[in-house]
Design a protein around this ligand. Sequence first.
Ligand SMILES: [Mg+2]
Length: 372
Amino acid sequence: MRIHSVETRLVQLPGEESLAGGPMPSGLTRDFVTATVRTDEGIEGIGFGFLFGNRLTTALKSALDELCGLVLGDDPLQHAAVHRKLSQAISAGGPEGLALIALSAIDIALWDIKARAAGLPLATLLGACQTSLPAYASGALRREYGREQLERSASRLREAGFRQMKMQLALPGTPTVAQELDMARVVRDAVGPDTDLMVDINHRWSGRQALSMAPRLEEFGFYWLEDPVARDDYAGMAAIAQSLATPLASGEAVFGIVPFRQLMQAGSIDIAMVDVFRVGGVTGWMKVAAMAEAFNLPVTSHLAPEISVHLVGALPNGLNVEYIPWSFGMFQEVPQPVDGMLAPFGRPGLGLEFDADAMRRWGSAPTRIGPR
Ligand SMILES: [Mg+2]
């Protein structure tokens, strides 16, 4: 089998909060690049990449187009060979950041092709250790919301059946310790004691702040404390992790597989959070998952539940899936949680198809790489 051509797009979806319907700033978009990889045997695979912050998406699209040009004629089933070739191609200009996100989009499409060629859902191709996983609601309990909105959103998430959900702390501005603790109490009271509640700091605390704040959060029984400090403060995270009973989760913001070695060796994390776009696609994901297993650590996902449900489900140490709907608008259909549990589609591959109308509405004109 050979890669015949690739069609790419830049897609800018409305940045709504659709899980609980909370307010979001007007004009916000979530920006993706997409790749539809076509083979000489008629099988197509889809992949995509995401970049936070509505910046550099044109550069990401350009990187994707250039890398797609390098894989024409390659065997898509040799994902490791393609991954190595592209890793070498980006090494001088990366190897992290935009180039790796573009590489990941192609890698995801190759795994979609591989699973479609095998006639299997990707989860099954990868081992399908768990057929159904807890989905935790993410992005709906936002730090800029006030008490009433948090209570409203929490109750909608519970009505939708979620038994796990995530809030944010490190409130905007210069909050007092009392304000932070008050917000934690508001949300814990709203979701009740039986809900697994996570808290995300999004790297906003200094090491000193984290050492001061994190122990005061223990009383709320958080399921995990996420990204308390800078993504590469391995020693700082280890000190925080060792001071807490609450598990520390991190990893979404590092690129590739090597930083996970640092995080694990330093004892910085209790839960490895892996982002399929930053880790190097499915190929990178499975390597980090195995590394985590060797350190007796569970793995959770970051973004793209429609992909991650296959990946977390493949693992003996898979914990749960971040259910965040940012990319859903691109697809005809996405997996939906039932009673808070998520299963991948039973169709071959990722089981996803781009929605042509959505692509026309929110996407750029397609770029064709390779022959017609
Ligand atoms: Mg996070």
